[in-house]
Design a protein around this ligand. Structure first.
Ligand SMILES: NC(=O)c1ccc[n+]([C@@H]2O[C@H](COP(=O)([O-])OP(=O)(O)OC[C@H]3O[C@@H](n4cnc5c(N)ncnc54)[C@H](OP(=O)(O)O)[C@@H]3O)[C@@H](O)[C@H]2O)c1
Length: 327
C-alpha cells in the first residue's frame, strides 16, 4: 500500500516568514500546534486562537526561543460572541494578516445533537460556522495585507463513499428536522469547508487573497479524545494498531504549511489539498495531492457553495447585503 507522506519542499521550509502575521485556530494541540511551531521556526508571528487560554500558553511556552513569536488569544468557535471578541482583539493590535489557518475542529461524540447557545449543532458550529464568521470579519484585513492566504481544515471524511456522499442540506444545516448522526454532521461540516474555500476563491478573485481546503492526514493528535470513557479507552487501545497507517502531528501539518508558505499553492486558489490517505475508497486517490480533485461530486457544486455562503451569513448574523465579487 502506498504510504508516501508529502512534505513541504526545502525552499518552502527555508522561507523567511519574519514580519508576517498568521492566525492559527486550535493552535494548542495536534496539527495546529505543529503548524504554529514551523511558522515560528521560520520567523513568523502567530496569533494562537485557543478556547483554553492556559493550554495555549503552555503550548506557546514550548516554542520560546524559536526565531519568531506567538501570542495567545481566547476564541471559542462554538460561540459567535467569542469569535467576534477574538476578531476585535486581533484588530486592536494588528493591521496586517498574511495567513489565516482555520484549523480547529471536533466531532461531537454524542448520539443526540447538542446545540450551542447560538442554536447551531455543535460539530457544525465548531468545525464550520465559527470559522465562517471569523473569516468574513477578517477579509478586509486580509485584503489590505495581500498577498495573503486562507487555509480551511477539511477532512477526507467530506468525500464519503460512492454509495454515501456527504451533501449540504441548506434547509436544515443544523439537524433540526432530520435524524442526527455525529459522523454525518462531521462529514457535512467538512464538505461545507471545501465549498466555502471554493466560493471565497471566486469572490476574492483579483484581490491576491487565495484560499484552500485541506485534509491533513490521519493525525496522531487529540482528535476524538473527548468521548465517553469507553470511547477514550478504545481509541487509546487502537493507537498501536493504527500507528503504521497514521501520521505524526508534524507530518499532518505539512499540507497546511504548503498552503501558507509554498510558491505554488496560490496558483490553485480554492482547491482541495490532501495528505495521503488510506481512507479514499478509490485506491488511485490514496496518495492525495497538492492539489487534488475531491471524489465527492457535491464538493464541485458552485451553486450550492454560493447558496451555503448566503445562508451561513444569515445564520451568523451578517445581515448586510449579500457579498459580491470583492471590491
Ligand atoms: N486527526 C485527524 O486524523 C484528522 C483528520 C482529518 C481532519 N482533521 C482536522 O484537523 C484539524 C485539527 O485537528 P487535530 O487532529 O489536530 O485534533 P486536536 O488535537 O483535537 O486539535 C483540535 C483543536 O481544535 C480545538 N477546538 C475544538 N473545539 C473548539 C472550539 N469550539 N473552539 C476553539 N477551538 C476548538 C481544540 O481545542 P481544545 O484543545 O481546547 O479541545 C484543539 O486545539 C481539525 O479541524 C480536524 O477536524 C483531523
Amino acid at each position: 500500500m502506498p504510504r508516501k507522506k508529502q512534505h513541504i519542499d526545502a525552499a518552502t521550509a527555508a522561507k523567511d516568514a519574519s514580519g508576517k502575521i498568521y492566525i492559527v485556530t486550535g493552535a494548542n494541540s495536534g496539527v495546529g500546534l505543529e503548524t504554529t511551531r514551523q511558522l515560528v521556526k521560520q520567523g513568523g508571528h502567530v496569533v494562537m486562537a485557543c478556547r483554553r487560554v492556559a493550554a495555549g500558553e503552555e503550548a506557546a511556552a514550548s516554542m520560546a526561543g524559536l526565531r519568531g513569536s506567538t501570542e495567545v488569544l481566547e476564541c471559542d468557535l462554538a460561540d459567535l460572541a467569542s469569535v467576534r471578541r477574538f476578531v476585535d482583539a486581533f484588530k486592536a493590535s494588528h493591521e496586517r494578516l498574511h495567513g489565516l489557518m482555520c484549523n480547529a475542529g471536533m466531532v461531537s461524540m454524542e448520539s443526540a445533537p447538542i446545540y450551542t447557545k447560538d442554536g447551531f449543532e455543535l460539530t457544525m458550529a465548531a468545525s464550520f460556522f465559527g470559522h465562517f464568521l471569523m473569516t468574513e470579519l477578517l477579509l478586509d484585513t486580509l485584503k489590505a495585507s495581500a498577498p495573503s492566504r486562507i487555509g480551511i481544515l477539511s477532512s477526507v471524511v467530506h468525500a464519503g463513499t460512492p454509495k454515501n456522499r456527504p451533501a449540504i442540506h441548506l434547509d436544515d444545516l443544523n439537524f433540526q428536522g432530520r435524524d442526527f448522526n455525529n459522523f454525518a454532521a462531521y462529514g457535512e461540516a467538512k464538505l461545507a469547508c471545501v465549498l466555502y474555500a471554493k466560493e471565497l476563491a471566486e469572490r476574492l478573485e483579483g484581490t491576491r487573497v487565495t484560499t484552500a481546503s485541506i485534509h491533513p492526514g490521519w493525525a496522531r493528535s487529540n482528535f476524538g479524545s473527548g468521548g465517553s470513557f469507553l470511547m477514550r479507552t478504545a481509541m487509546t487501545m487502537m493507537r498501536p494498531l493504527t500507528r503504521s497507517i497514521s501520521d505524526s502531528n508534524e507530518e499532518s501539518a505539512q499540507t497546511a504549511l504548503h498552503v501558507l508558505l509554498s510558491d505554488d499553492a496560490p496558483n490553485h486558489t480554492g482547491a482541495y489539498f490532501s495528505q495521503w490517505s488510506i481512507l479514499y475508497r478509490d485506491k488511485t486517490l490514496n496518495k492525495g495531492g497538492w492539489p487534488m480533485q475531491s471524489p465527492n461530486p457535491n464538493a464541485h457544486d458552485m451553486d450550492t457553495a454560493r447558496a451555503l455562503t448566503a445562508k451561513a451569513r444569515e445564520l451568523v448574523g451578517l445581515t448586510d447585503a449579500a457579498p459580491g465579487k470583492a471590491a
